[in-house]
Write a protein that binds this ligand. Structure first.
Ligand code: KIV
Length: 286
């Protein structure tokens, strides 16, 4: 008698019923410069990736998962292990979007070689199409090193949350002439180094528009401008999972309110012995 058996997962929540589409590619995203806006959202779990994938061009496994999923005070203590685990889940849950994984703080800054080792691990363990890293001119040699070795990179400039201590907070950037000149130089450096797209976060709108006109790769805005080549938001922010969100977030739903209401109904039915009802219980077969 065989001692091996397979579990029937046909009814498992974890088993999607995919309608496989050809996945978009990095060159296809690059070709969108100046064309149809690129739709990007963060995703951290397989189920959320399944829901977002048909509507998006890119899914970002952001290190914002530190705050959103793990309740950490900032992104600074996010680890490569966390990014690999969530990155692999998002790749498993998606069939269409280009999936990009954030490089966590401390995993890439020390040297291009260190960045390559970290990024290669992320690519191998997740199956994602590329990585994103924060920083402008200082990170350009690292971006060139990775892209020349087959790792597509998305840059991230302007308000860079991993530098929150150096920046002194999460306020908008580019309000002084000096800051504007620096962010423009960062954008140029990142694009020239070979980034296939660049996220521009939390900058005054005219600067975002100028960067979008100036660089040859797609510019994806967050708290920037509708004139950028695409937009990204943290999924939990736009779904209204938190009471407090940054000024640039538009809440498209009130999921926190809806979850609260649903759970209150459940609690009341459990306490009143109204749940489970006859439909949710198993009766003897006659
Ligand atoms: O970590 C993240 O979610 C991000 C986006 C907000 C751009 O970097």
């Amino acid at each position: 008698m065989s001692t091996t058996f397979t579990i029937d997962t046909a009814t498992s929540r974890a088993t999607p019923t995919p309608q496989p589409m050809r996945r978009l590619t990095v060159p296809a995203i690059q070709a969108r410069k100046g064309g149809d806006p690129i739709v990007m959202l963060t995703a951290y779990t397989a189920r959320m990736a399944q829901l977002l994938d048909p509507h998006c061009d890119m899914l970002l496994v952001g290190d914002s998962l530190g705050q959103v999923i793990y309740g950490l005070p900032s992104t600074l203590s996010v680890t490569l292990d966390m990014m690999c685990a969530h990155g692999a889940a998002v790749v498993r849950g998606s069939y269409h979007s280009v999936v990009v994984i954030d490089m966590p703080f401390g995993s890439y800054e020390a040297s291009p070689e260190r960045a390559f080792a970290s990024a290669a691990r992320v690519m191998a363990e997740t199956g994602a199409a590329g990585v994103k890293l924060e920083g402008g001119e200082a990170m350009a040699p690292t971006i060139a090193f990775l892209t020349q070795r087959g790792i597509p990179v998305v840059g991230h400039i302007g308000l860079t949350p991993q530098a929150v201590n150096a920046l002194g907070g999460y306020g908008a950037r580019g309000r002084s002439d000096a800051e504007q000149a620096k962010i423009l130089a960062d954008a140029k450096a990142v694009a020239q180094a070979g980034a296939f797209a660049v996220v521009v976060e939390g900058v005054i709108e005219p600067l975002a528009v100028e960067i979008t006109r100036m660089v040859s790769c797609p510019v994806i805005g967050i708290g920037a401008s509708a004139q950028c080549d695409g937009q990204v938001l943290v999924i939990d922010d736009m779904l209204g999972m938190f009471e407090r969100t940054p000024r640039f977030v538009k809440k498209y739903d009130d999921m926190a309110g809806r979850i609260s209401a649903a759970v209150a109904d459940y609690a009341s039915e459990v306490r009143g012995r109204a749940f489970p009802g006859r439909e949710q219980t198993y009766q003897p077969k006659r």
